[in-house]
Design a protein around this ligand. Structure first.
Ligand SMILES: [Zn+2]
Length: 265
């Protein structure tokens, strides 16, 4: 017995199994949740039978839970391509370790950290880039990724951790869309965000969970599978979506008024 999709605690009595196509199970006893978590690694039938007895879970009850689990993960292979780690934040590094364990080629390269490398195409074009920031995604680091059409997974650590959503340049909302939406909600947000970037990020107890989720999201992208963003806070995992902002222009082609003809010579 092996639960191949990640089991994520949501609230007492409730877990979700899977990330991109999650199945939410409710009405669970703590012992039942513990057993699901223990099945993240393959277990023998003998082990399971013994644990059901030890934990006082009737076989009929377990069969009902087992039948509610999603089908095993697709065996679609991760397509060829590498993942570029854009910084040495512990969360980024851990995501790299998890991906490498799954056979994904992981490369590290500093892009956008210095003026000389800020705007060049990564020398080895990745299938996806991962970057972690404290409080707010650094627009200076995202700029080259948008300009060179590099799909990227932004991770933000504040008083919780936000993983994604994945940004596909020209294919949906970007990190600037998110910032513009925040500014709509609070006109003082740009001033606040500018100061937050210079504060050290707090220690997030959800880092381990976030790293696992981020690796899962990256693997989904490499498999061309649909995926979404996640907010991990107080042990709960909630989906995150970002809408394209009309003033961002990352998705909508610029209007004629935005086009400036430049004559040769
Ligand atoms: Zn945008």
């Amino acid at each position: 017995m092996h639960v191949t999709e990640p089991v994520l605690w949501r609230r007492p009595g409730e877990v979700q199994v899977g990330v991109s196509a999650a199945r939410i199970l409710t009405g669970l006893e703590p012992t039942e949740i513990d057993l699901l978590l223990d099945l993240a690694v393959p277990r023998s039938a003998q082990w399971l039978a013994r644990e059901l007895t030890v934990r006082g879970i009737p076989s009929a009850r377990w069969e009902k839970i087992r039948s509610s689990l999603p089908a095993p993960a697709r065996s679609t292979p991760v397509r060829r391509g590498s993942v570029l780690l854009l910084d040495s934040h512990p969360l980024t590094v851990q995501v790299g370790h998890l991906l490498a364990e799954r056979g994904v080629r992981v490369i590290t390269e500093s892009v956008g950290r210095s003026g000389r490398t800020r705007d060049r195409v990564p020398s080895r074009r990745p299938a996806l880039a991962v970057l972690t920031d404290s409080w707010v995604t650094d627009p200076v680091r995202v700029g080259p990724l948008m300009r060179h059409d590099v799909t990227h997974l932004p991770i933000v650590v504040d008083d919780a951790v936000t993983v994604g959503p994945v940004v596909v340049p020209g294919g949906g909302a970007c990190t600037r869309c998110l910032e513009l939406s925040r500014t709509d909600a609070d006109p003082a947000w740009p001033a606040v965000a500018t100061q937050l970037r210079h504060l050290p990020g707090p220690l997030a107890t959800e880092l381990v969970l976030a790293a696992g989720l981020a690796a899962w999201v990256v693997a989904d992208v490499l498999r061309d599978a649909p995926t979404s963003g996640w907010r991990i806070t107080d042990g709960a995992v909630l989906p995150v979506t970002v809408e394209c902002h009309p003033r961002c222009g990352c998705f909508t082609p610029p209007s004629a008024a935005d086009r400036v003809p430049v004559s040769p010579g």
